[in-house]
Structures are given as C-alpha cells and as structure tokens.
Design a binder for this molecule. Sequence first.
Ligand code: PLP
Length: 468
Amino acid sequence: MRYISTRGAAPMLSFDEVLLAGLASDGGLYVPESWPQISAAEMRRWRGLSYADLAVRVMAPFLGDAVPLPAFERMVRDAYGTFDHPAIVPMKQLGERLWSMELFHGPTLAFKDLALQLVGRLYDHVLASHNARVTIVGATSGDTGSAAIEACRDRKSIEIFILHPEGRVSPVQRRQMTTVPSKNVHNLAVQGSFDDCQDLVKAMFNDRAFRETYKLGAVNSINWARIMAQIVYYVRAGLELGAPDRALRFAVPTGNFGNVYAGYVARQMGLPIEKFVVASNRNDILTRLFETGTMEIHGVEPSLSPSMDIQVSSNLERLLFDLYGRDGKALAAEMEGFRKGKSMSLSPARHKAALEWFQGFRLSDEGTLAEIGRLHRLTGELIDPHSAIGIAAAAEAAKAGDTPVVALATAHPAKFAEAVKRATGIEPALPPALADLMTRPERLERLPNDLNAIEAHIKQRLAEEVHA
Ligand SMILES: *Cc1c(COP(=O)(O)O)cnc(C)c1O
C-alpha cells in the first residue's frame, strides 16, 4: 500500500513514512492510493471476533510490508488491553432504531485513546527499527494532551512535551496530564491562552535549526494512522447490527472531521453505511457547508463541547480530494483560495455528491443540556455534552428512515461533570482506575509565554535525559 498527498505534489510514501511525516511536504494530507475491500463473505466470518482480532484484519491491508504482522498483532493487543471494558467499544440500545457506541473506555476517557494507544506503539516500533528518536511537541486545550501523553509515556524512542494554558484547563483534564509519573513526559503550563500555546508550537516547528536538532514530531489528528485505527469501530458496529445484510447510519459529533472521515473510509471498503449525520455545536462550519455548499470561516465561540470548538476541520480536505476526483492540483488551488478568501464553494454537482453520503446537524448549548436531561429521564444514562450532540442527531435521524442509527459517544460523562450536573443534578463519578486522580502528586513546569524560554527549557530537559 502506498500513500498519495491530497495536493498532488509530494512524493508517494509507505505506511511507516506517512506515520512519521504527518503533513505532506506540499501542505496536503496523505491518503491511501486505493481503498482495500472487505467482501460480504469476510464480514460474515468476522462477526463475533474479539475487538483486537477484528482490528488486525481491518487494518492489515493499510500497512503494506512496513510493519511485520506478528509485531502489529502484539501492538494492537497491548493497545486495547489498556481499556477498562471487555467489549472495548460497548453498544447500548437507546431507542427503537437508536444505538450508542461508547468510545470512552480507554485510559483518558475520550475516543482519542482508540487511535492514540495504537499510534504511540506504532511510532515507537518504527522509530526503534530506524534507530531514531523523536521529541513530540504539542499544545492542548484539554483532551488531546492527556491522550497523547498516555500514548507516549515510557516509550523508549519518544520524549513528549505538552503545553497547556495555565489555569485554563479543567482540574480533571490537567491532572490527567500532570499526574503521569513517567520520565519522558513533560508538562509545560504556559502563562497565556490556548492560542498562545498553539502559536509557540508552530514557532518551534518553524525554527528549522531547533526542529532538526531535536527531531520534533507531532501526533496530531491529520496523521493517517489515527484515521486508520478509527475505521475499526465502524466495522464493529456494522457487524453487530447485521452488515453486510443490513445497512446502517452513523451520527458523529465532529470537530476536525477525523472521526467521521474514518467512517467514510469504512464505507469505501464496502461496509453498507447509508448516511453520516455530521453533528456540530454552534461552531457549525460543516453544517453550513452541507446545507449551502459553501464553506466559510467564522470565529470560534466557546461551547459546552470544547473538543468540537473549531474554526476549520482539517481532515475535510481528505473528503474534498475524492469530491474533486482525486485531482490534487485542482484541490491545491481551491485550498489556496480558501486560505486567502476564507470561503470556498462546491459546484452543484459536488455538493449533490456530498449530500448522498452526509447530512449536517447542529445543537446549541441549551439543546445539549436538554438532551442530556432527556436521555437521563428516559433511560437513566448519563452522557457527556459531545456525546449528547451525536445522540440528539441520531434520534432525529432515526425518526426518518428505517435503518438503525448508531451515535458515537466520544467522552465519559465524568470528564465534563459540570455540564452533566447542570443538566441532571447528578455528578457523574470517575471510573475506579481514576478514582484517586484528585489526590495524586502533580508534575509540571510553569513557563512564560516566550519562545526562547520554552526552547531553552526543552533543550535543558533533553540534555539531562542524555546524561541520565
Ligand atoms: C476530539 C473530539 C471530538 C471531535 O473529533 P474529530 O475527529 O476532531 O471530529 C469529539 N468529541 C470529543 C470528546 C473529542 O475529544
């Protein structure tokens, strides 16, 4: 399997090269050059497999010969061995044609663990086999930082530095990062905003001498390997509900479009998915795109579902690549126009093609609280604000059409306890493995919003590691 860039001007790469590269050199995103197919007979045989066994079968065609299968099987088993539910992604029936799939049973209680637990292991394996090391640098407003830290902790080839805005992440989110005792994990509390943290990370990557000397790397959501790992649970849900003999729909709470794009790949591989409901909060650039055919940048407004507070969905470019007939040159011109003009329009034919697969949905904060309350009264379940947006979208879709709809539940309610309490009066408890989170010792370094100070700190820490 080889990978091509959505902007058509970067070299074709193998899986291990794509894993380490992240973004393509022409500014595009890597996608497989063709879609592997899962036959109907295979789907029938795969019913009843364990999650790890299914995961190996779904992902194997994407690896080519970059990673030996026995090593990959071990990594998959280890990755999902960290989950606290034997089904890994348990499903619950919430209505006649309505299901939720819980993607939050990993170590940091959000769906990003499903990809990052595997990607951390893949990174370490590929780096070790190239005899290389990497310094992961990232900024977080909450969820991604802890998932990346849990994925990279104690890995021999990786040092990880995560910047968060001091005092502006919730205590649970901060502690999920700062109580990890591993030596290769470094938390930097920056005196600034999340945007300041992101700008600092960008500046470090733009500082070529620094980037090359310290071998900077990223594990952000444009990495193909993250998408690949997320295909698996779509296949799982399909098999549970009768694929290939019965079709289904998905409702996906969406930010960067990574999660829902993985579903799109599952459909390209042959899973009978009728439609994706792309669910947003008030930051609704995608909902507007599907409604009007025009994608237009507005400012970001904070909401009760902060992991979906985005201005632009970076992974959408992978879908656009297919809508543009995989013409990388044409798409590169469109993306350049979008960057400059902050707006782009699909042709009527492309808009129509997108609506064959996708429909938009949006929910305000008020609607989100109402949905958390409604579901609790109806079923006794407590859900987090992100999941609530997906479930509200699925409930609406279930009323029209007769195929089952699966809502992806992306975070554990205890991760967003304040909103859940506001909606239901009940404070959801952390799972047993994290019950003592609030009393564990923390490790973090407070630093000013200053590039030189941050780079100097990272240099010093890396020098200490070498001499330790
Ligand atoms: C990251 C995240 C999302 C958005 O996922 P995308 O892949 O960026 O669309 C939704 N919910 C939660 C809880 C998240 O952490």
